[in-house]
Design a protein around this ligand. Structure first.
Ligand code: GRF
Length: 187
């Protein structure tokens, strides 16, 4: 059984999907041992509902080091599910190949610093893209540039708004994130 630690900052709908996927064995060989947030957020309520240990580590000078200290030694995969802090190069190197993130666009397009949340969807609309989607990728010190593990595509409609696109992308995230975790953790 693989041990997952999930890092969150937001509503935690992806965390909830992961927990549901574990419950129904879509994710067959992994469990969430700990949820860590960098702020008070809705995601912690999901952890609480599922009786998963959770804590808050606020951003500060030693943030990545505190995070590293908090992650149990037996952790197989660190899952960034809407985590808005940038991890230090030392943290990324320490857990090399063990950190994954979900990004709400088709990387390598629309990634990098400043490309988060609605900024991403607004940029996609402004660029008149015909499609967008979500990308699960490994985390390296270069923001959003790690190796791609899985992508899911959505088509933009003629009257797409950033809000409607965000909804569509969330739906595809709920499919590919559990699939990617299953791929990386199955026996
Ligand atoms: C998702 O859109 C994800 O791609 C991005 O942050 C959002 C998190 O949403 N990294 P939620 O907190 O899982 O609802």
């Amino acid at each position: 059984m693989k041990n997952l630690v999930v890092l969150v900052s937001g509503s935690g709908s992806n965390l909830l999907r992961i927990l549901e996927a574990i419950d129904c064995e879509e994710i067959s060989n992994a469990k969430v041992t700990l949820v860590i947030a960098d702020r008070a957020c809705g995601a912690l309520q999901h952890a609480d509902d599922y009786e998963i240990p959770h804590s808050i580590i606020k951003r500060g000078k030693e943030f990545s080091q505190e995070l590293e200290n908090a992650i149990p030694k037996n952790t197989d995969l660190i899952v960034l599910a809407g985590f808005l802090s940038i991890l230090s190069p030392e943290f990324c190197e320490h857990f090399q190949g063990k950190i994954i993130n979900i990004h709400p666009a088709l990387l390598p397009k629309f990634g990098g610093k400043g490309m988060w949340g609605m900024h991403v969807h607004q940029a996609v609309i402004a660029a008149k893209e015909k499609e967008s989607g979500a990308t699960v990728h490994y985390v390296t010190p270069e923001v959003d540039e790690g190796q791609i593990i899985m992508q899911g595509v959505v088509k933009l409609s003629a009257h797409e708004t950033a809000e409607s696109l965000a909804d569509k992308v969330h739906q595809i995230e709920y499919r590919i994130f559990p699939d990617a975790i299953e791929k990386l953790t199955k026996k």
